[in-house]
Design a protein around this ligand. Sequence first.
Ligand SMILES: Cc1cc2nc3c(=O)[nH]c(=O)nc-3n(C[C@H](O)[C@H](O)[C@H](O)COP(=O)(O)OP(=O)(O)OC[C@H]3O[C@@H](n4cnc5c(N)ncnc54)[C@H](O)[C@@H]3O)c2cc1C
Ligand SMILES: NC(=O)c1ccc[n+]([C@@H]2O[C@H](COP(=O)([O-])OP(=O)(O)OC[C@H]3O[C@@H](n4cnc5c(N)ncnc54)[C@H](O)[C@@H]3O)[C@@H](O)[C@H]2O)c1
Length: 450
Amino acid sequence: MSQHFDLIVIGAGMAGVAAAHKGAAQGWQVAIVDALPYGGTCALRGCDPKKILRRGAEVIDSARLMRGKGIDDTGLSINWADLMTHKHGFTDSVPASMEDGLSGSGVTALHGRAKFTGPRQLDIDGSAYDAERFLVAAGARPRPLDFPGHEHLIDSTDFLELQELPSRILFVGGGFISFEFAHIAARAGSSPVIVDRGERPLKGFDPDLVELLVDRGRQVGVQLRRTTTIVDVRPAGGAFEVTLAHDGVEETVETDLVVHGAGRVAGLADLGLDAAGVEWGERGLHVAAHLQSTTNPAVWAAGDSADTDGMPLTPVAVFEAKVAASNMIKATTTAPEYSGIPTAVFTIPELARVGMLESEAREHGIDLAVRYSDTSGWYSNYRIGETTAAAKILIDRSTDQVVGAHLLGPEYGELINTLGLAIKLGLTTRQLKSATAAYPTVGSDLGSML
Ligand SMILES: Cc1cc2nc3c(=O)[nH]c(=O)nc-3n(C[C@H](O)[C@H](O)[C@H](O)COP(=O)(O)OP(=O)(O)OC[C@H]3O[C@@H](n4cnc5c(N)ncnc54)[C@H](O)[C@@H]3O)c2cc1C
Ligand SMILES: NC(=O)c1ccc[n+]([C@@H]2O[C@H](COP(=O)([O-])OP(=O)(O)OC[C@H]3O[C@@H](n4cnc5c(N)ncnc54)[C@H](O)[C@@H]3O)[C@@H](O)[C@H]2O)c1
């Protein structure tokens, strides 16, 4: 006997939960299912716990920057176990409070691994369900790696649960995860090495600012090895030997931990999508612009498991889920509009981007004014002793509108939101400069950056 719902949501992360609430508010019978405790990657294994650990690193870094400027940081250190307890103070209550919220909205909260058995049929750990429609919000998982010894790597979830931090950590891949974790680890007293196969790490960010960040990282002990691949990883007496190849030359290094930071792929492999006639790939479930499966009209997707133009980020996942749910409810074909969505790498200092890269703007033939400022000597950064900060704002001369903004500096992960709003609303630099910011705040630097 199969249990019937108007909507079944697969995945109780940020995307799935947002859509489930919206469907229930419509009066639909909605079920949501997760194989893991409710909350998804962001709240339990990603953004939120990561930024709590980063707070410890920020305190250390801030004190060091003020050394000789009135702060004695002698003996200041991170107590990793206590910082982890602080993290658990947030994460531990997430699943129950999310589930309570869903139940309060009338959503049936199920537990188990979902697998399609037909176009509208689902199996959850041996029980049968069917629905008028499904939202696949199954998230992403670390990209499978194939070099010998890859099974010895830990992933980002494991890193965020480490009970103690070893002294030598090697990160595979030069993206978000490796940079953020390496910056935390360096302030906690470890020696992190990031190995990237490309010449340029953090490829989605402004190359000039990335180089400044790499230099600042080097100063605090984050090593970067470019154009280097992993040949193999071998256990060696409680540690690991990792053979690296660079320019055809092999070298073996010893490390205590090897961490996967080599990208994530949509988590769809176990979902039985073929039985539902749903096409999918590494980037996610194949959807039309309005987020409905291109091959099964009963199936929709959002977030990290949907193959869309949106970046695999939390705000994008939530936004897509709301658009998908709204399209289901109203029988519309609205496509999410992705302009003006900022992103930040939470290194210390943080690196942020919204809109086009300089190279993209030039490819589009935009009559570009590039406003570059080394902001390291500006009051906001002098005050806290920060040595590395810069802004690059790209302006279309013909319209006076911001088409891209790239920032590296303390609190610039907040400042980028204003520039995102400017891009979304098509504000001119004249309009932006006409706004008065509270002084002295980092926001009050924006006028000078423009
Ligand atoms: C370490 C890390 C740090 C990050 N930091 C940031 C950040 O600072 N800012 C930011 O914007 N983004 C960040 N991200 C990305 C962000 O976490 C994701 O984009 C976001 O969580 C995606 O949400 P989602 O709802 O699509 O998927 P998820 O939150 O991953 O939820 C998917 C859920 O589906 C469940 N599931 C999967 N398959 C099945 C199945 N067959 N049956 C039942 N349940 C299933 C999973 O258990 C999971 O709970 C980070 C990611 C990582 C890994
Ligand atoms: N602050 C944030 O918003 C945040 C933080 C963490 C993660 N995330 C999300 O999670 C996703 C995954 O993060 P990530 O850091 O794993 O991936 P990423 O895509 O940011 O970076 C992966 C890097 O690994 C390199 N690489 C891949 N295979 C390699 C190999 N075998 N050897 C050496 N280098 C290799 C790639 O060239 C790339 O530079 C991101 O795309 C992002 O959307 C976001």
